[in-house]
Write a protein that binds this ligand. Structure first.
Ligand code: AMP
Ligand code: MG
Length: 408
């Protein structure tokens, strides 16, 4: 494979998609499937509701028997039964008859509508009807929610509360009901840099910094539903050690993220590490800021996304590209960032030939950029919820401009 370099954001996304496969599926108990992604369609074994249902407290009748009814000209009907939610009646209602019923009760045969009790005199044996109804008024038909045989949940559905509720209303949220779901994606995070020390080191030695990228990436991976198998925050710039760590990580992880060492400096060790592993390099360097010296390769069938070490660069490129990778690998299309347009509330002074992605706050169609957006700064990213895309330009982007916003 020949490595592509200096590519666009779109080409990078395309190459990630083309070189990534879903992790595969497993059968698990429906009751343990919360948060997972369905890998097969699930069809309804029953209709819901299973029988015509009353949506309110009132009387079930034939609409024809209410013709011309009003407060001044009520129609009188004979009440032949009373049905509560959970009850059942075998009666078939005849002309001139009706049935008293409560919300959630089955509507008996012979009726085609339900009148709310407020439109009657609430009679027990005989009831006055004060309103003319049409057929199917207040009549909740069999399968109003779903019909037996309907596709209940299509493959790709995220099994959140509503989806599991739908399964439950079809009787499928059970320990002995298996669902085919995508396996959870296992991820490894390895951060490189001679300057990095773990948080446990006190005091901070001269020339060193605490590694923060593994905290950012591992938190985001957990938030996105991934499983973490390896999280290491402090690799020295030693290609042999990193190669060994990647080799080991590939044994437990489906996706490997590294940070640092992808630029053109003397210690940018990924260039030496990947050949040692015989990894297929797919691309290096994407035309964006921050994080342009990003690299994507495949090692032992596992995608390896190597991000720039600058904390915000690592975070932004993870959101833009890491999530595409995870989305394909996990089968979860919702992991891809949603892109909307918004009105910029702050003039953005920096401009240049490249596309820039800036931490921002999106709210009600407006986007605000906080102070402090260099790729080495992380503090101002706290509380932001999107990346605003600043297009190439030869002048600052003025407040009031429309920008594309990638929601996080
Ligand atoms: P690199 O991508 O290795 O050239 O690193 C770029 C900048 O990011 C340097 O200033 C590094 O010290 C910093 N950096 C690299 N890795 C980390 C990390 N894990 N946590 C915090 N800063 C880092
Ligand atoms: Mg470095």
């Amino acid at each position: 494979m020949t490595m592509e370099t200096g590519i666009s954001v779109e080409r990078a996304i395309e190459l990630i998609e083309q070189n990534t496969l879903p992790v595969g599926t497993e059968r698990i108990e429906a009751t343990r499937a919360h948060g997972r992604i369905l890998a097969e369609d699930v069809c309804a074994p029953i209709s819901q509701p299973p029988w015509p249902r009353s949506p309110l407290d009132g009387y079930a009748l034939r609409a024809a028997d209410s013709a011309g009814a009003s407060k001044d000209t009520p129609r009188m009907l004979r009440v032949v039964d009373t049905i509560y939610a959970g009850g059942w009646s075998e009666v078939t209602v005849q002309p001139g008859e009706c049935v008293r019923l409560m919300t959630g009760a089955p509507i008996p045969a012979g009726c085609d509508c339900v009148i709310r009790q407020e439109d009657t005199d609430l009679g027990a044996e005989r009831v006055r009807i004060y309103k003319a109804l049409s057929a199917w008024d207040n009549y909740c038909k069999i399968g109003d929610d779903f019909l037996k045989g309907d596709k209940l949940l299509p493959a790709g559905t995220k099994l959140n509360g509503n989806a599991l509720g739908v399964l439950a209303s079809a009787g499928l949220h059970r320990d002995d009901e298996r669902l085919t779901v995508y396996k959870r994606v296992r991820c490894a995070v390895l951060c490189t840099g001679d300057e990095l020390v773990p948080n446990a080191v006190r005091p901070l030695p001269p020339g060193k910094i605490y590694s923060s990228n593994e905290a950012v990436l591992s938190s985001r991976l957990s938030e996105l539903g991934m499983e973490l198998t390896v999280v290491r925050g402090e690799f020295t710039d030693d290609p042999a050690a990193l190669a060994a760590a990647i080799r080991e990580a590939a044994g437990t992880a489906d996706v490997i993220f590294t940070t640092g060492g992808v630029s053109v400096g003397a210690k940018d060790i990924l260039h030496e590490t990947l050949p040692r592993l015989n990894a297929d390099r797919v691309f290096w360097q994407v035309r964006l800021k921050p994080g342009s010296p990003m690299m994507f390769s495949i090692y032992d069938g596992k995608p390896l996304l190597s991000l720039s070490g600058n904390p915000f660069a690592a975070s932004a490129t993870f959101e833009l590209f890491g999530r595409v990778l995870l989305s394909v690998r996990s089968g979860d299309a919702s992991l891809r960032a949603q892109v909307v347009t918004a009105e910029l509330d702050t003039t953005f002074e920096k401009f240049g030939r490249g596309r820039r992605f800036v931490r921002s706050v999106f709210r009600d169609g407006h986007v605000t950029i906080p102070q402090g957006h260099s790729s080495g700064q992380l503090a101002s990213a706290v509380g932001t919820n999107c990346l605003a895309e600043i297009p190439p330009a030869d002048a600052p982007l003025r407040a009031g401009s429309t920008v594309r916003v990638w929601l996080l």
